[in-house]
Design a protein around this ligand. Structure first.
Ligand code: SAM
Length: 320
């Protein structure tokens, strides 16, 4: 379905939990997080019902996210039920990868097509500093398992922060020579009460320049369904390098998505705190058609471009 700015909205990102087993410095505070009570989180049946209705207005791509989706109980059987919904053409997951070693094969067999893994450092100590607890080894093993299981393509998301991990841009770029993954550099965004400061920001263009100065020329690559990312390849590389620049580039013109938070709020735009309480409507016994109308309304409420306001909620509670 088209929104008011002629964008085709066919993509729903669904957060299945606000819980996470990491505390990345750019995403969540270390302590004092108020999690949504369990009975306020959408049940799997409710999510499946919303997705089924969403497919009737043209949603055909689903991404499961969180929080950390793999910490939610029975996630594999949920994926299996999701994969049976007709008209879903693409079903992906965004994960921090810590539990992928355990789940990759089961997820693939349940019908998941692909994963995006967040990985902001290739150095064990720095990885611990950024995630405040995680193990790099677990994530790297998880990525390998995902690749072996057949989840394809594997996308690696790197949030680049000046003075924190920008010294690893070259290392990540060289990694693309060896691994068949799409390694994407993402601009650090001011979302919620995270530690965003102008001094930490480094634009996609600056990252590209660093790679061209230290590793080699970036050759543009056209990929179908590339979403907000721009892709390049280094000569002879097995993998690709991508750039997602929500702050410095005008990616809103290509925005095709709605978000559903873990507690059932429909969010037309990541950068706007405007939300529709779909769970309240769903739990009040609304008909399928009433729910469909709410989804249509959310599409119509999508703003043309992001506002200058800093969204109040952390990415982990919206579903990145
Ligand atoms: N736990 C999963 C994970 O780590 O991928 C899914 C949720 S996480 C909130 C989704 C994505 O949002 C991750 O790739 C993460 O790096 C990104 N993210 C979170 N906060 C961000 C920020 N302030 N700027 C840019 N990306 C951010």
């Amino acid at each position: 379905m088209k929104d008011n700015f002629n964008r085709n909205i066919d993509y729903l990102r669904v957060s299945v939990t606000d819980r996470c087993n990491l505390r990345c410095i750019y995403c969540m505070p270390q302590e004092g997080i108020k999690f949504v009570p369990h009975d306020e989180i959408l049940r799997y049946e409710e999510i499946l019902k919303i997705i089924r209705i969403a497919t009737t207005i043209g949603i055909s791509k689903i991404r499961i996210t969180g929080g950390e989706p793999l910490v939610r109980k029975d996630i594999v059987s949920f994926i299996e039920r999701l994969s049976k919904i007709q008209d879903i053409k693409d079903m992906a997951m965004t994960t921090n990868g810590t539990l992928l070693k355990k789940y990759a094969k089961d997820l693939y067999e349940a019908g998941l097509k692909r994963v995006n893994v967040s990985l902001d450092s290739l150095d064990e100590n720095k990885f611990k500093t950024i995630t405040r607890s995680g193990s790099l080894k677990d994530v790297l093993e998880g990525i390998e398992q995902a690749y072996k299981a057949g989840l394809y393509p594997i996308k690696i998301n790197v949030v680049v922060m000046k003075g924190i991990n920008d010294d690893e841009i070259e290392k990540f770029a060289r990694w693309s020579m060896e691994v068949p993954y799409q390694i994407r550099f993402i601009e650090f965004m001011p979302i919620g009460q995270n530690n965003w400061e102008k001094e930490l920001f480094i634009s996609g263009e600056e990252v590209k320049q660093k790679i061209e100065n230290t590793v080699g020329s970036l050759i543009p690559v056209e990929i179908k369904k590339s979403g907000p990312a721009e892709y390049f390849i280094l000569e002879g590389a097995k993998g690709l390098l991508g750039f997602i620049s929500p702050l410095s580039a005008h990616i809103c013109t290509r925005c095709n998505r709605l978000r559903l938070t873990a507690e059932g709020k429909l969010r037309p735009c990541l950068f706007s705190d405007r939300e529709i309480d779909l769970k309240r409507i769903l739990r009040s016994g609304a008909s399928e058609d009433e729910i469909r109308q709410i989804l249509i309304k959310a599409i119509q409420l999508k703003p043309q471009s992001l506002s200058d306001n800093r969204p109040l909620r952390a990415m982990s509670t919206i579903g990145g």
